[in-house]
Design a protein around this ligand. Structure first.
Ligand code: HEC
Length: 203
């Protein structure tokens, strides 16, 4: 009975709630004034300070627009892409194809071959110190594809006298050499060395 009375009078208060009980009463409904937690008030104040600084910087003090930021980031991305593209440790067929579309691959291939490969692989790829590159016989490869030729030309086979061209040529010069070897397929060189290795060429 006593309990009920207390409720009716709005006095069902916990310890310490008397001080925060607001001084009004709406049809017996009373309110407590719980202040917002201090972390909330502090973040709110900080967000106002941040917003003011943000507006000042981006709208009045010449801060970059989103498209300027994008352009700046794209420059960085393109620089990194160029570095990755020049790095001979990786091979990307899309980059090779892009290079082929943009350049006179045949002319560059002839040039690289004559300067660097002809001394061992002979005129027209017929073979001399190095094997014949026109037949379908390979000592080290399975196919005449850029994916297989790139790492082989880059690393060479120095024990048998094939230099590691990754240390000498640029990535694009290796691309040119690859293109030349692909173009040598099925051609008839002036002097063809006998086949070496296995007949494994699939394409
Ligand atoms: C100093 C001599 C020499 C030069 C220069 C040289 N090669 Fe070779 N190359 C060889 C020899 C020797 C082999 C065979 C290695 C073996 O028997 O394992 C070979 C093998 C190869 C093969 C693999 C052939 C196969 O049957 O598996 C390719 C492809 C090749 N060379 C491409 C090139 C290209 C491209 C260049 C120029 C950038 C070049 N070589 C320059 C000596 C040379």
């Amino acid at each position: 009975m006593e309990e009920n009375n207390k409720k009716e009078e709005g006095l069902d208060l916990l310890e310490g709630e008397k001080e925060i009980l607001l001084d009004h009463d709406y049809d017996g409904i009373q309110e407590l004034n719980h202040p917002l937690p201090s972390w909330w008030m502090k973040s709110w104040a900080a967000s106002i300070v941040f917003a003011a600084a943000y507006v000042m910087f981006y709208h009045f003090a010449g801060g970059p627009t989103s498209s300027e930021e994008l352009a700046r980031d794209m420059v960085k991305i393109n620089e990194l892409k160029a570095i990755a593209a020049a790095d001979v440790s990786n091979f990307d067929i899309a980059h090779y194809n892009e290079w082929k579309d943009k350049n006179d691959a045949t002319a560059l291939g002839n040039e690289v071959y004559e300067t660097n490969c002809l001394s061992c692989h002979a005129e027209g790829g017929g073979g001399d110190i190095g094997p014949n590159l026109t037949d379908g016989y390979w000592i080290h490869l399975k196919n005449r594809t850029p994916e297989e030729l790139f790492p082989f030309i880059r690393d060479g086979f120095e024990d048998k006298g094939m230099p590691a061209w990754g240390e000498i040529l640029s990535k694009e010069e290796i691309y040119a050499a690859i293109n030349h070897i692909i173009e040598l397929k099925g051609t008839t060189p002036p002097k063809a060395k006998e086949p070496q290795g296995e007949e494994v060429e699939q394409i």
